[in-house]
Design a protein around this ligand. Structure first.
Ligand code: AMP
Length: 312
């Protein structure tokens, strides 16, 4: 028998700081949030509606990608835009990948043998989508994705941080519509834009074979991560652990090593031997002299959603 159904719902806006039992009121709010996540929330709603038809007696729970980051203070989540846009349309940083950041942060605390409230962590979810989070005592205080998942780190096909004037410049130069430019920033940029492929394995192979564009893509990807590690070290004041997760974070020693290169001044030193021997499970890769624990932790968003569902 099925005890409950947990759904990943991408956007919970400011309305959901925790997972929510699904009822008519919850569905209405998820529906109202569709403009903030037009590619995701409608699909999530379809999944919920189908499961309600198939299993009408079974409780259902929505677990939001944004919820974990609702603890960010205003100085981290507000944009320096006219305040009215926040008040009228909810234009602010929400952040995503919350279930993954929450999961690996708890796993890190368990591994390090400290209560989560005592630990400051930087978590790096590096997959096809990528985001960083600063987690102070178990609470997210900043994250790199914004109103949408386009902001922050360089991703497979998304550009991440960009001068906000670039779309206007491109519109004027190329005559393309803003919808086309938005699509280019989401689907034709990132690793793919720089070197033609969005799969990190291919990028690394080409870079190793001497392809200059692939080498540049790899270097840009890692340099952006390194800048966020620096920024979040400043935001947290003290960092106890740095966590790599996601398809790239878990599997690419090259990306982990490059992202931490030159960070000894921040107490972050990777042990090359440990880093190149990572394989499954939680693996520490910091060198002896590293002040910060550096952990590779396989993420498990499905498990996190199941745990949250059971809790609700
Ligand atoms: P995810 O979205 O978490 O499934 O991650 C997908 C990304 O992980 C893709 O860019 C893959 O190329 C990358 N990835 C998976 N395995 C490896 C690997 N062994 N080395 C480098 N990148 C990898």
């Amino acid at each position: 028998a099925v005890f409950a159904v947990g759904h990943r719902v991408v956007h919970g806006g400011e309305q959901f700081q925790e997972p929510a039992r699904i009822d008519e009121a919850t569905l209405t709010v998820i529906e109202e949030l569709c403009p903030l996540a037009p590619l995701h929330n409608p699909a999530n709603l379809t999944g919920i509606r189908v499961m309600r038809e198939l299993l009408p007696q079974v409780p259902q729970v929505a677990v939001f990608d944004t919820a974990f980051h609702q603890t960010m203070p205003p100085c981290a989540f507000r944009y320096a835009l006219p305040a009215q846009f926040y008040q009228d349309y909810g234009v602010r940083r929400y952040g995503f990948h919350g279930s993954s950041h929450r999961y690996v942060a708890r796993e890190a605390a368990g591994y390090l043998g400290s209560p989560p409230e005592m630990l400051n962590l930087i978590t790096l979810h590096l997959g096809n989508g990528a985001s960083a989070a600063a987690i102070e005592g178990g609470r997210s205080i900043d994250t790199s994705m914004g109103l949408t998942p386009l902001e922050g780190l360089i991703m497979g096909t998304r550009c991440g941080d960009l001068d906000p004037a670039v779309p206007f410049f491109l519109q004027a130069k190329t005559g393309r519509s803003f919808a086309e430019i938005e699509s280019i920033l989401n689907r034709e940029s990132g690793l793919k834009g720089i070197c033609g492929v969005n799969d990190m394995r291919e990028v690394q192979q080409s870079a190793q074979a001497g392809d200059a564009a692939a080498e540049l893509a790899l270097e840009m990807f890692c340099y952006r991560i390194k800048k966020y590690i620096g920024a979040y070290t400043a935001a947290l004041g003290r960092v106890d652990g740095l966590v790599f997760t996601g398809g790239i974070g878990e599997n690419s020693g090259e990306v982990r090593a490059r992202s931490c290169r030159g960070l000894a001044g921040l107490g972050i030193c990777v042990d090359e031997r440990k880093n190149s021997a990572v394989g499954g499970g939680i693996t520490p890769i910091q060198a002896e002299e590293s002040r910060v624990a550096i952990l590779v932790i396989p993420t498990n968003e499905e498990r996190e959603i199941a745990l949250q569902t059971v809790t609700v």
